[in-house]
Design a protein around this ligand. Structure first.
Ligand code: NAD
Length: 441
């Protein structure tokens, strides 16, 4: 089976590498020449636990290939995944420009029956557009080749992407042809051996499933952030409330952690895109509008606490920032709450000294030298007036507080992820502010 994966980012590279891992021949395609030549040298464009090993091993075995030439590589392929970006357009709806460019090239150069699978997150109706685009290109060539379009949204989590792909909670496939269904079932069989389910459905339902999943997850976060803010006002501790509600299996204890708002490349854009889909159909998704509003405000919660603590004067104050990526175990900085907090601190005339275990390279790329980057967590605290915990990387959980106290000028911690407790921090000689909990020290 020859598979082509177009778009070699978080989704495409993980998909291609994991499919090669089970013995398939895969070509990963990207328009970014530098990305492709680096991959051929064993240099990965992203950080994802376990990915480097799989990529290098399968490349050396000759099962995983990299190319910029889709026109050439699509010849003889049986399955083509479209895994390019679908960034928000000006009005918030998903921009399908890259997806349709790829569909057009596939139509121009395919040589045999092909199943084209949209893996990018795309609004309902996109598979039909891809179908029309390929059909048009074939017509223009005067060719009558058969093909099917299927939707196979990706549910991997950055930071656990390889594990999620190899052991999926479920695989969702929207497909309306028996021939395509059989081929995709065959391709995914190696991933289903331990009872992982594959759900076949119609194409619009598959496309909608991805947005509904991300919208529900974003809703859980904004709901808990709203409750956390109220906890502070009434003198309750959201950490205890979270445990109290999470033990009810109807609610569940996962994904109900309050913090400084969701970020990343998916939730913000997918919530916006779903709201737009509703608007286009004359339907107002009231809950999702509120989810977004709460999230925007939540990114400012920590900065408001900081301003109150320093009586509104942050000029020349030095802030140590632990964590930059939008969540741990990834270098992805897209829509990271750290970016909003950094901007606000700089606007107030403060200085930021940041450390992140893997995202510094990406952060430098996005924010340049507006802040300083430290070599490790301890040196980021040098002469700092306050320490901000922004991303809950495991290595921040149990630092040497004595050394940090000696390093710092101030004695205050603002914990945007509630990974410490007030008691613990007071014992270590700090004042402590978390999210939705009794504060101070
Ligand atoms: P990404 O930006 O990391 O990768 C996209 C890649 O596509 C880039 O390398 C880009 O150069 C390439 N590309 C763009 N146009 C191209 C073209 N015409 N031909 C070949 N390559 C092209 O994006 P990502 O995070 O992998 O996301 C891809 C899609 O998957 C998006 O729709 C996203 O919403 C969805 N998704 C992402 C995640 C995630 O956690 N990142 C999870 C599930 C779904």
């Amino acid at each position: 089976m020859k598979i082509v994966v177009v778009g070699t980012g978080y989704v495409g590279l993980v998909t291609g590498a994991c499919l090669a891992e089970v013995g398939t021949e895969v070509v990963c395609i990207d328009v970014n020449q530098e990305k492709i030549s680096n991959l051929k040298k064993g240099i990965l464009p992203i950080y994802e636990p376990g990915l480097e090993d799989i990529v290098i091993r399968n490349y050396k075995k000759g099962r995983l290939h990299f190319s910029t030439d889709l026109a050439d590589c699509i010849r003889g392929a049986q399955i083509a995944f479209i895994a390019v970006g679908t960034p928000p357009g000006e009005d918030g709806s998903a921009d399908l420009k890259y997806v349709l460019q790829v569909a057009d090239t596939i139509g121009k150069y395919m040589t045999d029956y092909l199943v084209v699978v949209t893996k990018s997150t795309v609004p309902v109706g996109t598979a039909a557009k891809v179908d029309a685009c390929i059909a048009k290109a074939l017509r223009e060539r005067g060719e009558d080749l058969e093909f099917d379009v299927a939707s196979n949204p990706e549910f991997l989590k950055e930071g656990a992407a390889v594990e999620d792909f190899l052991k999926p909670d479920r695989i969702v496939i929207g497909v309306e042809s028996e021939r395509a269904r059989t081929l995709l079932q065959q391709m995914y069989n190696p991933f289903l051996l331990n009872g992982h389910p594959i759900l076949f459905m119609d194409v619009p339902s598959a496309e909608m499933t991805k947005y509904a999943a991300n919208a529900m997850l974003a809703t859980k976060i904004s709901f808990m952030n709203d409750i956390a803010n109220l906890c502070e006002l009434v003198g309750a501790d959201v950490n205890l409330v979270r445990q109290g509600i999470g033990s009810d299996p109807r609610i569940g204890n996962r994904f109900i952690y309050p913090g400084i708002g969701y970020g990343g490349s998916c939730f913000p854009k997918d919530v916006k895109a779903l709201i737009k889909t509703g608007e286009k159909k004359g339907y107002n998704l009231r809950i999702l509008n509120a989810v977004e509003e709460v999230n925007e405000d939540q990114k400012k919660v920590l900065i408001n606490k900081i301003k109150t603590y320093f009586n509104g004067d942050l000029k020349d104050k030095v802030f140590a920032m632990w964590g930059l990526s939008f969540k741990p175990k990834t270098d992805d900085m897209r829509e990271a709450p750290s970016l909003v907090i950094i901007d606000m601190l700089l606007e107030e005339g403060a200085k930021v000294q940041a450390y992140d275990p893997v995202a510094i390279h990406e952060a430098k790329h996005m924010i340049g030298d507006k802040i300083t980057f430290a070599e490790d967590a301890e040196s980021a605290t040098k002469d700092a007036d306050a320490l901000l915990l922004i991303t809950e990387w495991p290595e921040f959980r149990l630092p040497d507080w004595t050394e940090i106290k000696e390093n710092m000028k101030g004695r205050v911690i603002f914990d945007g992820r509630n990974i410490y407790t007030a008691d613990e921090m007071i014992d270590n000689g700090f004042e402590y502010f978390g999210i939705g909990r009794y504060a101070e020290g």
